[in-house]
Design a protein around this ligand. Sequence first.
Ligand SMILES: C[S@@+](CC[C@H](N)C(=O)[O-])C[C@H]1O[C@@H](n2cnc3c(N)ncnc32)[C@H](O)[C@@H]1O
Length: 257
Amino acid sequence: MAETRGMAVAAQQNRRVRGGGGVRSAVLWDALRTVLDRIAPQGPSDVLDVGGGTGGFAVPLAGLGHRVTVVDASPDALAALERRAAEAGVTVRGVQGDAADVPDLLGAQSADLVLCHNVLEYVDDPAATMTALTGTLRPGGSLSVLVTGQVGAVVQRALAGHFDDARHVLADPAGRYGPQDRLPRRFTRASLTDLVAATGLSVGELHGVRIFADLLPGAALEDADTAEALIALESAAAVHPVLRELASQLHLVADRR
Ligand SMILES: C[S@@+](CC[C@H](N)C(=O)[O-])C[C@H]1O[C@@H](n2cnc3c(N)ncnc32)[C@H](O)[C@@H]1O
């Protein structure tokens, strides 16, 4: 029964990616599927989702049959994750803790795939966090890192008419537009690549995620044919050396040989 429900979650994820609502996440899910096909061609993987929050990635991955553990600092997020997983009919283990402590919490070399999505913006020490996450990877495993892009934020603030904010994001080393900015830091292609490369992992090609989708009115993403065309454009532009830096989010996969 749980397996049937899990397959339904996976099918729903596929429909969302291929329909209008999944345009924003299509490039990322394609990249994750490629990684999973490579590291676990024969069956389920041990996936660790650090800062996994309410399970936006963890629950669909469990639906695909993987053994998923979320480590998150927030008890509220973990409670919401538990509810979401139960509604989807899948099991996700939730552990409260800090990203920098994951080897102590879960053991060294305990994961085939480690996700660190939309978390490095908030942690006290991104380099220490990267070192900790690397320690949990098995040989042959991969780390998937997703962060908010600094250059993309400049474009978005400017197009919204917030020209002073855009200028501040551009000039600030942390990519912030001021004290009212809710994000402690944003990343560029260079700063993210340097951070991940310092772990000693083999760093793959950087992908830009949501280059155009966040610049368009929501209605433009609703029509299924338009959504398919936009997904194709986003996929093609994701590795373009200029366009990828304009993306809302930057995605890197790094492998432990
Ligand atoms: C923006 S949410 C991202 C959630 C999920 N990864 C996603 O991409 O949908 C950031 C999450 O990171 C968690 N977080 C922030 N700092 C953390 C830390 N130092 N250790 C563990 N979790 C942390 C927060 O509680 C929150 O759930």
